[in-house]
Write a protein that binds this ligand. Structure first.
Ligand SMILES: *[C@@H]1O[C@H](CO)[C@@H](O)[C@H](O)[C@H]1NC(C)=O
Ligand SMILES: *[C@@H]1O[C@H](CO)[C@@H](O)[C@H](O)[C@H]1NC(C)=O
Ligand SMILES: *[C@@H]1O[C@H](CO)[C@@H](O)[C@H](O)[C@H]1NC(C)=O
Ligand SMILES: *[C@@H]1O[C@H](CO)[C@@H](O)[C@H](O)[C@H]1NC(C)=O
Length: 486
């Protein structure tokens, strides 16, 4: 029974297959017939070009152009795709938006004009022909807005202030379409230093994000920071923020011990690190006599950078009474700092009839424990070296060098790592011919006589000027002395 049923079924399928085969041949025939039928439709309306996509900054005027051939009795309409609103048909406006208009060139070109485009004009626009079914083309309008940085009326902060070690947060909100990227940079190409709790720090050329947070701020973080907003639509915009890091002053003397002969002038110098701007001053004695600009004193200060100042006190026509203690001081809201400078008379050798006028700057360093006196000097190395010296004088130079230089004495005698002293210097000046050499020899002698000064362990710069022969100018020698590291 089942077998018969199967046979019947198979037969039915075969018939069905045959039938569909016939139908297929018929079908393909009829399709080609329809295509032939389409011919008159081809001569009906058709588009000659795509609608262009338009990306434009807000506020500009734009237009979409639709080119249709063979329009016949049909009409061209403009439609906003998202709202399906008909904006205009042929040359007739439907939309009440006064910024929209439609035009026709009398031939095959229709235009939709949008003046002063707004953000909500963005979207797809359709040029449609009312055939059945209708034919249409779409073009996209993308209204963009260049970036802008918001100035919050109540939070118009363009600076960040903190005391050293605190934190500073700068906010830079930007608008624009598409949404802008905000980047932070430092003025002058400096790195932005990001410090973490663990005191690690990282340096970045730029940091991204609306908010820049600087923690554990340091004085070196001070200065201008720029936030730059960009979204690919020019122009990018930037805003400058000032970062201030407040800290109390630290003042240091350039030389703590200064020597000068009477009748000359001398300048005492201090360097202070402080922010905000301090009130600086110079004092005599134990800080109880404030000094002012006068015939005697010239007080000047120069900014080295945002938080460093160079303070000078020039004392003219040194008299005996001018020697002694001075102090420079600096004070701001966060604190005060002062340091002492000792001005010593520098006695000149009672020598030639002419008056040599050496001029010596020294810096006192806490002396190392001196060796027993018989050893004194032996542990010390004095070496002089000249540079910038004219060729003629090279020989003299050598003499000078070897004469004054005590060859490196073995450090052994004293032991105990007693640091030696090294002097190096340069000889500049108008040294010419025999007279020059003569003067130089005199100077050389002078230096030999004063070798003890160099051995005395005083560190600093020695400058010597010798106006022996006024018509020949001044010979000046600088010798810089420092302790040799053991
Ligand atoms: C317009 O943009 C759409 C995508 O937004 C794209 O499919 C289409 O090809 C574009 N038309 C032209 C003419 O570039
Ligand atoms: C589009 O935005 C403008 C202002 O930008 C507004 O005046 C207008 O009403 C908005 N139109 C629509 C349809 O939202
Ligand atoms: C003080 O010295 C500076 C140069 O160091 C000079 O420019 C200034 O005029 C001097 N001031 C007085 C009051 O002499
Ligand atoms: C005084 O200060 C200035 C910095 O303003 C510095 O250049 C100069 O060398 C200092 N010393 C003297 C002796 O003027």
């Amino acid at each position: 029974m089942t077998q018969t049923q199967f046979c019947v079924r198979t037969l039915a399928s075969v018939i069905l297959l045959l039938l569909t085969g016939i139908l297929r041949t018929k079908g393909s025939h009829s399709i080609s017939n329809i295509q032939g039928h389409n011919e008159p439709d081809e001569v009906g309306p058709h588009f000659l070009a795509q609608l262009t996509n338009i990306t434009v900054p807000q506020g500009r005027d734009i237009s979409f152009t639709c080119v249709v051939d063979n329009l016949g009795q049909y009409r061209v309409a403009w439609i906003k795709s998202d709202s399906k609103a008909i904006l205009g048909i042929h040359t007739h406006m439907v939309s009440l938006n006064p910024r929209l208009s439609v035009t026709h060139n009398g031939h095959n070109t229709w235009k939709l004009h949008i003046s002063h485009v707004q953000l909500n004009d963005s979207g797809s626009y359709m040029c449609q022909v009312n055939t059945d079914p209708m034919k249409s083309l779409s073009g996209y309008l993308d209204v963009v807005v260049p970036p802008d940085i918001l100035n919050h009326p109540d939070e118009n902060i363009d600076e960040g202030v903190s005391t050293e070690g605190g934190s500073i947060s700068l906010l830079c909100s930007a608008t624009g379409v598409p949404e802008p990227m905000v980047q932070w940079r430092r003025e002058g190409g400096k790195d932005i230093i990001v410090r973490s709790e663990s005191r690690d720090k990282q340096a970045f050329k730029s940091v991204e994000g609306e908010r820049l947070t600087l923690t554990n701020v340091h004085r070196t973080d001070m200065g201008g920071y720029l936030c730059i907003a960009s979204n690919g639509i020019p122009p990018s915009v930037s805003k400058r923020f000032d970062v201030h890091v407040n800290f109390p002053p630290t003042i240091k003397a350039v030389n703590q011990l200064v020597g000068a002969p009477v009748e000359r002038e001398v300048t005492l110098e201090c360097i202070v690190e402080v922010y905000p701007k301090p009130l600086n001053g110079w004092y005599r004695n134990e800080g109880n006599v404030k000094l002012h600009n006068s015939n005697k004193y010239n007080i000047s200060e120069a900014m080295i950078n945002l938080y460093m100042w160079h303070l000078n006190l020039t004392i003219r026509h040194l008299a005996k009474s001018d020697f002694g203690a001075y102090s420079c001081s600096s004070v701001n809201a966060l604190g005060k700092s002062e340091t002492r400078i000792r001005l010593q008379e520098l006695r000149l050798p009672p020598k030639s009839t002419t008056t040599p006028t050496p001029h010596v700057h020294t810096t006192a360093k806490p002396r190392r424990k001196q060796q027993p006196s018989h050893n004194k000097g032996l542990n010390e190395v004095v070496r002089a070296k000249e540079t910038h010296f004219s060729n003629q004088m090279q020989q003299e130079n050598d003499v000078f060098g070897s004469g004054i230089g005590v060859p490196q004495s073995p450090n052994g005698g004293g032991g105990a790592g007693a640091g030696g002293i090294m002097a190096s210097g340069n000889v500049n000046g108008m040294i010419n011919g025999a007279e020059g050499k003569l003067r130089f020899r005199k100077f050389h002698k002078y230096m030999l006589q004063h070798k003890h000064r160099m051995k005395s362990g005083i560190r600093g710069s020695y400058k010597h000027s010798h106006p022996h022969l006024p018509d020949q100018g001044i010979l000046s020698v600088c010798i810089h002395m420092r302790r040799l590291h053991p």
